[in-house]
Each structure stands twice: as structure tokens, then as C-alpha cells.
Design a binder for this molecule. Structure first.
Ligand code: FE2
Length: 434
């Protein structure tokens, strides 16, 4: 063994693999960066050991929806004063001509440092292909190469200004795929008409099917209940036999749709194996902006989709960019917001929010060796929490982050020293009962 993590409490999604083993367990890792043993009191020695002391040890966080070409550009060339989607789009338009490859790479690399420190070891990032220079594509392909030893970066060719609406967008998208971008993106609700939106979905799905690629479209990111491109996306997925390889991102119009229509839509999505990604921080911020009161939340129907058997994950979408001024690569912050917005406060609901930023997101990316079981890649995070719910509540410190069997980040636990007569000297924000 190269590394053993002792006394690890596994999240429910991983613990189900070992029902005969009571938690906690030891996780043994070989020098090829693979998990080779998961069992209590592992009788082996290793070059290095970490004592998790009963803390939660989870497979890494996975962000299934991000925009790495825009991240950390906050304030360039100015801040989004109103904080609205429309000013954000205008701001991105002002920034685009000024982008340089070097600046894009530096910002993305800085973001990946934050990600690693947060235990976020796989990211699917959209990259705008509407600039014929494909500057951002080249930059993020370079970032993908640089971080490959420790972080899985999957890229989506994203025609931000519309496939049909933006001249040359489809050709640019195909060029980006030829250069090594992994996934086909789209934005049907941004085309000029509903018919154009549906046409773009068909064109992109046919192209992806022909190339054997996955699809992930920005779909129905709108408060318009008649924005129904998810129906076309699901139907095309079924027609082309792409089950399990297609994702609808955002899907916020579902929040406003007629309930009867949704009762027909959910089984279609399930039948097609179309997955869904909500972006709670961004959806709650940008949707419902033209409402007075009552004001819609705008996030898609997460618990209802989960109940229908649809894979649902949460994405971060934006960090310090034209659309969102906040964020720090913390998928527990994303899970916490999703939990609140969707009112997923049951015990199962809270655990499902943890799954939405780990195992469900990994399934959408198609990560093959994800998990804590013999044979999986040794990518894991030791959290300063006893279970998934405490992890979300505390946005727990990542005590250790292991990538490909190597410890790549360590952080101290969150503790405060008190100076109060007759009170404890320290608090750790965990519930302790006598
Ligand atoms: Fe997005």
C-alpha cells in the first residue's frame, strides 16, 4: 500500500456497496493511484497513513456545469451593477474582445487551485465557441492538459449567442470538437423563435449522435412556461438512441410550467434517460427577476424529477464572473442552496443534495472509475463532518484531498477558541450531547 486512510465513514451512496461492513472502514490505496481495499481494520502498512477518526470520507465533489472561460473576471472591464442576467450578457460582450489567451489560462488555473482545495476534482465546463478565433477553446484545452494529472476537466462546445442566431456558430462548434472539446452544447431558448430553438436541438443531437458524443444543452433557462425545448431534447434523445448520454442544464422554465404538462414531460425524460442539472445559486439569483410579488424561485423541479427516477445534479455555473459576483468553488455551498430552494429538508432530501454534487454529477460526466470501492481511482476527500448532512450544514473543511492516490491539499478544521468564564475553551460547531 502507498496510502491508507483509517477509520473513514463513507457517504450513504458508497456505504451501500459494503452493507456487511459497519462504518468506519479503512481505505487502502496502491502506488498506481487505485483503491485496492475497503474494509475495517485493514491489516497492512503503507508509506503514509491518514487517520480520519470517524470523519466522512467521500469521493470528490464533481461540478457538472461551469463556465471556466468567464470565471474570476469579476470587475473586468467593470462590475455588473444591477446583478441581472441581461447586464451580465452585455458585460460578457464587452469583455470578449479584450480576452487574451494568457489571461484566460491564468484565471482558469487559479480557479482549479481553489477547486482542488475544496475537494472538487472533476468539472464539466462550457466554453463559448461563438468567437471565430476560438481563443477560449484553445485556452481551456491548454488548461485541461495542465490540470490532467490531478483534475478531470471536461469541455462542452457552447454556442452562447445561439447556434442559428450567430453566424458561423455551427462551424465553430464542429471545429472546437475537432480540436478536442468533449461534449456538444446548445442554447435553444436563445434562438430567435421557438421553431429555431427546436431546429437547433435536432441539428445538435444528430451531429452528436453521428460523432458518438455526449450532449449537454443550456435548455429553457427562462421563466417562460412555454419554453419547452426539454421536450424536444428528450424526444430527439429517444429517437437517436442516445439514452443516458444527454443532459438538460438549468431547465428553469419547468418551475413555471403547467402541472399537467409536466406530468407528461417527466416520464418522457425518464424514458429517454435524459439527466438534469440545476444551478441553484444562479437560478435563485437570476430567475423571477421580472416578477413583483409573489416572486418565483425559478429553479427546476428537483424533488419531482428525482422521484420520477431522473438523474439530477447541481452545478456551480458561475464564480466571480459577469453573471455572479460570489462563489469559491465550494460544491457544499451549491448543495446547501439547492437544499433550501427546493425545500429538500427531509433526511433523504438532504442526503440527495449531497449526491447531487458527487455521485449523480459523476454519472452525468460519465466518470468511469468514480467511487470508494476496490478498482476505483483513489480520488477522495476527508471532510470535517460526521455525515453528509453535517457536511452541508457546516460547509465542512476539506481536511485532506487525495487525487490519483496523492495528497494534494490539506486544510485545518474550523475551530474557535473561547475566552468565557465557565464555558468550554473551544467550539467546533458540532452537536455534542452528554
Ligand atoms: Fe450555464
Amino acid at each position: 500500500m502507498d496510502l491508507i486512510i483509517r477509520r473513514a465513514t463513507l457517504p450513504r451512496s458508497a456505504a451501500q456497496l459494503f452493507p456487511h461492513h459497519p462504518s468506519p472502514v479503512d481505505v487502502g490505496i496502491d502506488d498506481a493511484g487505485r483503491i485496492v481495499a475497503v474494509e475495517p481494520n485493514l491489516a497492512a502498512s503503507a508509506r503514509d497513513e491518514i487517520d480520519a477518526a470517524g470523519s466522512l470520507v467521500t469521493p470528490p465533489f464533481v461540478d457538472p456545469h461551469f463556465h471556466m472561460d468567464a470565471t474570476l473576471s469579476y470587475g473586468l472591464p467593470r462590475v455588473n451593477a444591477s446583478g441581472t442576467l441581461l447586464e451580465g450578457i452585455a458585460l460578457w460582450g464587452e469583455l470578449k474582445p479584450e480576452l487574451t489567451q494568457q489571461a484566460l489560462i491564468e484565471r482558469a488555473m487559479q480557479y482549479c487551485d481553489w477547486a482542488v482545495a475544496r475537494g472538487l476534482l472533476a468539472i464539466r465546463s462550457h466554453v463559448d465557441v461563438c468567437d471565430p478565433r476560438l481563443l477560449a477553446v484553445e485556452a481551456l484545452l491548454e488548461v485541461k492538459r495542465r490540470v490532467a494529472p490531478y483534475l478531470d476537466l471536461q469541455l462542452v462546445a457552447f454556442p452562447q449567442d445561439g447556434l442559428l442566431r450567430s453566424a458561423g456558430a455551427f462551424d465553430n462548434l464542429k471545429r472546437a470538437i475537432g480540436m478536442g472539446v468533449d461534449v456538444v452544447g446548445g442554447i435553444p431558448h436563445f434562438e430567435r423563435t421557438l421553431a429555431d430553438g427546436a431546429q437547433s436541438v435536432r441539428m445538435l443531437c444528430e451531429y452528436a449522435a453521428g460523432q458518438g458524443l455526449r450532449v449537454d444543452m443550456h435548455c429553457d433557462e427562462s421563466d417562460d412556461p412555454l419554453s419547452r425545448h426539454i421536450e424536444t431534447l428528450a424526444a430527439e434523445t429517444h429517437r437517436l438512441g442516445m439514452h443516458g448520454r444527454v443532459t438538460g442544464s438549468h431547465l428553469t422554465s419547468m418551475h413555471s410550467m403547467d402541472n399537467y404538462y409536466v406530468s407528461k414531460l417527466l416520464p418522457l425524460m425518464r424514458e429517454s434517460g435524459v439527466a438534469a442539472i440545476a444551478n441553484p445559486l444562479i437560478n435563485i439569483t437570476l430567475q423571477g427577476r421580472s416578477d413583483t410579488y409573489p416572486k418565483r424561485r425559478g429553479m427546476t423541479r428537483v424533488p419531482e424529477m428525482l422521484a420520477a427516477g431522473i438523474t439530477v445534479a447541481f452545478g456551480h455555473d458561475c464564480v466571480m464572473d459577469p453573471w455572479y459576483s460570489l462563489g469559491s468553488a465550494d460544491m457544499l455551498e451549491v448543495a446547501q442552496m439547492g437544499l433550501h430552494v427546493a425545500q429538500m429538508t427531509s433526511v433523504d432530501g438532504m442526503r440527495a443534495c449531497f449526491d447531487a454534487v458527487t455521485v449523480n454529477a459523476a454519472r452525468i460526466l460519465g466518470l468511469e472509475d468514480y467511487g470508494i470501492a476496490p478498482g476505483c481511482a483513489a480520488n477522495l476527500v476527508v471532510l470535517d463532518a460526521r455525515d453528509e448532512i453535517e457536511a452541508i450544514r457546516l460547509r465542512a473543511a476539506r481536511l485532506a484531498v487525495v487525487s490519483r492516490g496523492r495528497v494534494v491539499s490539506r486544510a485545518p478544521a474550523a475551530r474557535a477558541s473561547l475566552s468565557l468564564e465557565g464555558r468550554p475553551e473551544q467550539v467546533d460547531f458540532k452537536l455534542h450531547r452528554a
